[in-house]
Write a protein that binds this ligand. Structure first.
Ligand SMILES: [Zn+2]
Length: 87
């Protein structure tokens, strides 16, 4: 995939949920994730580091996943990651 991203307001397609998004400052520069997928990836890391119980992580993941889907993204891979029911 070509990287047509330029800094400052350009949009790009999130590599996880496939929706078109833009940098909000929440993500690292060079990230190919939208803000919600960025948070979900961070959550996944925190779970594997033992920072969250899986129930707590699942509740937080559900909120982020709902936001992704509300905005037209596909979050089934995240549902699988966090052990949620795939729609
Ligand atoms: Zn995304």
């Amino acid at each position: 995939m070509g990287n047509t991203f330029t800094q400052g307001g350009a949009t790009y397609v999130c590599s996880q949920c496939r929706r078109r998004t833009r940098y909000t400052g929440a993500q690292s520069l060079g990230s190919t994730l939208c803000a919600q997928c960025w948070d979900l990836a961070g959550l996944e890391n925190e779970v594997s580091d033992g920072f969250y119980s899986s129930n707590e992580a699942r509740r937080r993941a559900e909120v982020l996943i709902a936001e992704v889907e509300l905005r037209g993204g596909s979050a089934n891979s995240w549902r699988t990651t966090f052990g949620l029911e795939v729609k």
